[in-house]
Ligand binder design. Sequence first.
Ligand SMILES: Nc1ncnc2c1ncn2[C@@H]1O[C@H](COP(=O)(O)OP(=O)(O)OP(=O)(O)O)[C@@H](O)[C@H]1O
Length: 764
Amino acid sequence: MADQIHEYEQSHLTDVLEKIKIAQVKTQAELDKTEKDRSDIEAGWGDVRIKTSTYENMLDTALSVRQQQQLITERQNSFQHATTRLETLKKLEVNPYFARIDFQERGEQKAETIYIGLGSFSDTPDHFLIYDWRAPISSIYYDGGLGEVTYLTPDGNQTVDVDLKRQFQIADGVVVTIFDTDEAVGDQMLLEALSGDSDTKMKSIVTTIQKEQNKIIRNTAADLLFVQGAAGSGKTAAVLQRVAYLLYRYRGNLDSGQVVLFSPNQLFNDYIDQVLPELGEQNMVQMTYFQYSNRRLPNMRVETLQERFEEDNDLAAQRITNFKGSLAFFKVVQQYAETLNRSNVRFRDIKFQGEAFFDKDKIAKMFYGYNENYKLGQRLNATKDSLTNSLTGKVGSELKQKWVEEAIQNLTKTEIDSLFGDEPREFASEEKEYNFLARKIVTEAFKPIAHAIHRNRFINVNAQFAHFLRSVPNFVDLNQWGITADDWSKSVTKTVTDFKDKRLSLADVSAYLYLYDLLTGKHGERDIRFVFIDEIQDYTAFQLAFLKFSFPKAKFTMLGDLNQAIFTKENSRTLLQELGTLFDSDKIEVVQLTQTYRSTQQITDFSKEILVNGETITAFNRSGNLPTVTIEDNSAALYARLVSQINTNNGMNETTAIITKSLAEGEAVYAELKQQDVAVTLIRSENQRLAHGVIIVPSYLAKGLEFDAVVIWDASKKMYPLEDERQLLYTIASRAMHQLTVLALDELTPLLDRVNPDLYEVTE
Ligand SMILES: Nc1ncnc2c1ncn2[C@@H]1O[C@H](COP(=O)(O)OP(=O)(O)OP(=O)(O)O)[C@@H](O)[C@H]1O
């Protein structure tokens, strides 16, 4: 029986592969033809005669140019279409499908069989030999076992009876394995998928997407989809497949440039950037919040991840940072901005040749001179219009200024030629000629003024922000945040001093940008349709509210693990509640992922006990070694242990990451290992690439990444004394897939006291 099944599936596969090859040849021929047509048309440009003698002639020329352009665009579209098709066919040739489903639709007699793969393929219209994994019908594969299964179509729910679910592994045109399963996605297949070694690049998971993950991937209804999932539960994996799904579902109306992913660091961007191309899609826009805000403030130095992580704040500073991250503060910015409609916008002169050209008081008069119904943005635009008009008006009166006369006298012949350009040089009088040149010179010299008007340079944004900070106590009772008037005033002074050095803290940057946007009437980027935010626990409610404001037309997917809040720590617990107030409650969906896939059972059981409430995390049943814990009383012995572990891991071909708490620690370990001739790479900044082999990485850069083997370097009491580092230690431990080694000098951190000693091995 098994042989017969195998024989049947092999012959089906061979048949499909043949058809794929035929389609490839056909598509290649189409491609060659469109390419030829395109070059013919381009060559045809020679036939378009540019005639400009009469109006009719000009119209003729315009029409024929337009026709040529249209032809080229059409050819370009079909060329693009055929190229994509050929790429899909090439992918399908290597791996045509991974599953087969036999089912019967309700009320239909005939059973149907479908095969599911990375893209769809039909040999004749409507005769699908392979269905794209994102097609509505393919959902059956992920959502249920045998029997009745309901799936969502664009027209609503459909129910079918599933008789057979078959999974395949195919290599080089041969069916290698077949599993028939009665589960959603058989554990066997998942186990195979998870047993592989880690790579410096994340891979797609389409063959083994789990039911809960499928819900995340296919959700189109929610305005806010919030995914809370344990470390390694596949949040990132699910979200990347979701992007691929959305690009498929809204094909033609959505392109990858309208999807933005905010990720924890640049290293992580690098780690995930192959998944979408592997699925035949283009990558979305990826950036970190730091890059997003920094990009808008090219003249400021915004605090970096490392600075933020290593910042040693006293209690008062911490309270201020907490407040600045809250929604309450977000609302204060709004309230303050409203008052600006009546007074207090800070202006500065627009200067020309060192003197005030437009005086700030005059600008203020102009700004507040408009009708009281004007909103801030309208006021600003009207002011800009007036300033621009006034600038144009001033050109005439400037012509006779001494500096212009001098400039004209000093012109070289080439400069004069370039000022005249193609213009006729006959002038009725010398004065006319002078005026012509003078006008050119003045207009050129006024350009920086026009630019300054255009770029709102007459608003003193720094002074405005300082005024705002000083006004905060008028809007909110800071005592409720445990902040004294004196502490607040000191912090404002610090911000203002930092401004002088062109520095801005991460706690201030969002408020700064938000205030600027409200003041200038910006309404965000309306073109962006989907925004994904990974590792949401590291964001403040303020930042999230600001992102919502910045992408007003987008649906949001936020992913996080409140247990891995390494920056915001305990404050992250209230985040979900705060978020709830930003979206319509009917449009919020929360999905919980509790099963972890990354680590072996032993590593998950160990890591979750670091947490106070880690019970809800379930390990995937994949067995490995117990984590080991070694405590030494001198660093030479600890390094000896480290080197021996590296050798063991290398011997098993497992990639090792030594995760240190800070960069300084990482530098120390790096120096020592170099001294001992051990080949290692230190990842110092998020802009570096992940390297093969052994790496040393500071904890705040290990976010979202995974490694075969992890060594926690110096999990001692000295290094991790504080209760609020529990989440950090959990985050580090949960990066390991197969092997976890804990090394500590002198005394183990009390954060590991809760872990049951049966869950690890103590080595000497
Ligand atoms: N359905 C699945 N099939 C196969 N592998 C999976 C599946 N789901 C997750 N994985 C794998 O599990 C590992 C962890 O997934 P991922 O990095 O997405 O987790 P995460 O929830 O984002 O973790 P963290 O919060 O720690 O960053 C990855 O190697 C991923 O490929």
